[in-house]
Design a protein around this ligand. Structure first.
Ligand code: ZN
Ligand code: CU
Length: 485
């Protein structure tokens, strides 16, 4: 009778805390880490000699849009192949719940995230039960999106919500959080939320505060107005009394290159008096919907998807405009609705933001796009291989912390993101000498190198041959919500 289901021997254990690694054994029994350190002469039903390899907590994608992919493509190879075991969904204001009643077609871009509303659920409970019934290969937590709430109670979006609408949204959010939603997200940059005044968000963030849940935001402006947007975010957190998390922090647009020195100093100063977190992806190109004006103003744009011209996915906007004999603006208009990659960040800003101690790693990947931004497939190995090993931007232990323990703490994910006896057996085994991203803008759907094994709740989802086909992921409900009277 073996002592463990899986026994790793002589691994370099990086425990997710940010502390130094040590060599040792790790035994898994069922879905838990049973022993950590020295397994003596214990036996495992499966034994893995991990000499020279790193064994770390499975990575947590702190910024994901895997809500719909988890339902439609539950193997989620893009993420599993990077060592991801949990994804944080419902970001940027877009979630699949709560939306009771038939509300018709959701406003763009919520439509794209919800299968044009076909996959909206009346409550978080209904959404979680759907995931329970058809689990995916990764665990997930999910934020309740402000834009989804707006769609649930409003018919037109280019105005502030009325007091009655705010009250209705607060009631839906309160229920969602009670049912286990992970927090509140907004996408104030996007048209269906842009007209929401700060006060509307504060009212909702107060509900999050009552549940001890964070406020997470794709800010109103990540370009010239980035500092104002940070101040708005901090004010929301302060007045509501909740932690804030700034999504995919960046300083976009040539005029703003270098300003991360200023924004990070502001974040550090503010974090002395209120809880502030942030996430970032390791690329100088952003990716979102095709916005013709923005596309025309950005030096280099690659089309990731186009409804009228699907054959253009993967091509440069410049090249398409030249071929069509029209301006870049007109080409972008003809390609809409669609998605695009915008090369509008500065490498020094990306490095500075990644290296900032509070920054978590998040992919922001749109995995179902025809020709996605490579971050969907390469984010985590890129941070470990390129930024930690090759550039020495931080230690491997720090890199792992930014994608495990730090993220679990920020989002209140219990018993994950760490190697500890009794913790859930979400694990990633990788080769620190070879790990690197292989996905690029030309071939974004490419597996990374160096990920040797991934386990979710003790079950292998990835081995040296590729995906195992197992779907042991769980829909994690937020627990320990601090509901005040
Ligand atoms: Zn966003
Ligand atoms: Cu996002």
């Amino acid at each position: 009778m073996p002592d463990f289901d899986i026994l790793f021997r002589n691994a370099r254990l990086i425990d997710g805390s940010g502390g130094p690694s040590r060599t040792g054994d790790l035994g898994v029994r069922g879905d838990r880490i049973d022993v950590l350190g020295d397994a003596g002469d214990a036996r495992g039903a499966m034994e893995i000699d991990a000499s020279g390899l790193v064994l770390a907590p499975g990575f947590i994608d702190s910024h994901a849009h895997d809500d719909l992919p988890l339902l439609l493509e539950p193997d989620l190879e893009a993420k599993v192949s990077q060592g991801v075991t949990t994804t944080v969904n419902g970001n940027c204001g877009f979630s699949l719940a709560p939306c009771p009643g038939d509300r018709g077609r959701p406003p763009a871009p919520l439509g794209a995230f919800t299968g044009n509303g076909k996959h909206l659920y009346p409550s978080f409970d209904a959404y979680f039960r759907a995931l329970d019934a058809a689990p995916g290969a990764v665990n997930s937590i999910c934020l309740a999106g402000h834009t989804t709430l707006r769609h649930a109670v409003m018919a037109d979006f280019d105005r502030p919500a009325t007091p009655a609408e705010v009250e209705a949204m607060c009631a839906l959010l309160d229920q969602a959080l009670a049912e286990g939603a992970a927090g509140l997200s907004t996408g104030l940059y996007y048209p269906p939320a842009h007209a929401a005044p700060t006060e509307e968000v504060i009212a909702l963030a107060r509900v999050a505060a009552r549940h001890g849940a964070p406020y997470v935001t794709h800010m109103r402006d990540e370009r010239d107005g980035v500092v104002d947007s940070l101040e708005e975010t901090f004010r929301i957190g302060r007045e509501a009394g909740t932690a804030v998390i700034v999504s995919h922090h960046k300083c976009a647009g040539r005029e703003n290159h270098g300003r991360s020195a200023e924004t990070l100093a502001l974040i550090a100063r503010t974090a002395a008096s209120q809880e502030v977190g942030l996430d970032a992806y390791p690329y100088t190109a952003a990716s979102t919907f095709l916005v013709p004006g923005r596309a025309a103003a950005t030096a280099r744009v690659v089309i990731t998807a186009s409804r009228p011209h699907p054959e253009c996915a993967g091509r440069e906007l410049d090249e398409i405009a030249a071929e069509w004999g029209c301006s870049r603006l007109e080409a972008a208009e003809r390609l809409s609705p669609g998605g695009a990659v915008y090369f509008d960040m500065d490498e020094d800003d990306v490095r500075r933001i990644l290296a900032f101690p509070a920054t978590m790693i998040g992919s922001d990947g749109i995995v179902m796009e025809a020709h996605p931004h490579p971050r969907a497939w390469g984010t985590f190995p890129r941070v470990l291989g390129r930024y930690a090993r090759e550039e020495g931007l931080f230690s491997l232990e720090t890199a792992v912390h930014k994608m495990t323990g730090l993220t679990a703490a920020r989002f209140g994910i219990e018993g994950r993101g760490v190697l500890a006896e009794g913790a859930h057996a979400d694990l990633c085994l990788f080769d620190p000498g070879t790990i690197r991203d292989e996905a690029d803008f030309a071939a974004p759907r490419t597996r990374s190198a160096g990920i040797l094994g991934v386990w979710v709740n003790g079950e292998a989802t990835w081995d040296r041959r590729g995906p195992t086909g197992a779907r042991p992921g769980r829909a994690l409900r937020r627990r320990g919500a601090r509901v005040s009277a």
